[in-house]
Design a protein around this ligand. Sequence first.
Ligand SMILES: *[C@@H]1O[C@H](CO)[C@@H](O)[C@H](O)[C@H]1NC(C)=O
Ligand SMILES: *[C@@H]1O[C@H](CO)[C@@H](O)[C@H](O)[C@H]1NC(C)=O
Length: 303
Amino acid sequence: MNLVSSSCIARHYILVGTRARLMLMAVLAVCMLILVLFSCRRQIRNLNQSEYCRVISTPVSSNWIKQFKQHDYKIFSQNGEDGILLWIFANIGTMHQPPHFVEFGVQNGKQCNTRFFREHLGWQGLMMDVNNANLTINLHREMISPKNINNLLAKCETPTTIDLLSIDIDFDDYFVWKSILQANRFHARVVVIEFNYEIPPNENRVVDPNLDSRRWTHTNFFGAGILALAALGRAHGYTLVYGEKNAVNLFFVRTCVLLQQGVFDDVPSVEQLHVSKPARQWKHAPETDKSRTWIWNDTVWIP
Ligand SMILES: *[C@@H]1O[C@H](CO)[C@@H](O)[C@H](O)[C@H]1NC(C)=O
Ligand SMILES: *[C@@H]1O[C@H](CO)[C@@H](O)[C@H](O)[C@H]1NC(C)=O
């Protein structure tokens, strides 16, 4: 009797001891998890400040935001993107050594926004196109969508910070950029993106890419207006600084860089930046299919 009860008591103590040890271990594990998460968050926040907001060089000109027109010239780009990008990076510097870019919609890479930087300034990076591949220049054939873009970037070992991101895929460019911004995994300092100049600067609208499987059918139903892109950029810490004179591309720079350089107040308004008459005349046929409609105010513009 005594023996039984004492062995019960012993078992009871062993059980209590095990339970206490398990609980202690669980508490410790939770503490460590909290610590790890906390330090990760702090790293991300530090990255915010030290990486893409960091002022790397003093501007060539204190008035550089107002001097784009004279730098709007073409080398290998479709329009004046080469000169504009050279001017931006001359004034804000680059983060990586060598500087890093990502560009999609490059065709075979002969006429694109990063060729001059890659061939003559030693920049490195990733190119993607729906029809072309060329591994000697790191050009991959991929069908980019808002759903797959972040995984594609991860698959191609893209660093979390990028000096230049260039988007020109002729249809849902806005949503691909939005997907990168919302995922918050890859952070570019400068963004070039195609827009639709036929949309007036007071109309915040963008194609609805989910209406049908057709993409661009050579009509004016494609892309996003200047206000929609400016609103998306602003909501995620980017400021529209210029629209090139052929009215194909818009240029965005991290707002924090402009603030630190004291040039943010020099940025013209969206109306002023809108080019409604391209220097080299071009226009697409009007869309006749009335079922193809626009999404309005996808990102609310806060003036
Ligand atoms: C791949 O790129 C290299 C470097 O620009 C070029 O010389 C070559 O012709 C390209 N190959 C193809 C198949 O386009
Ligand atoms: C979009 O927002 C603007 C400004 O708030 C408003 O005037 C306009 O009616 C909205 N358009 C649509 C279609 O909701």
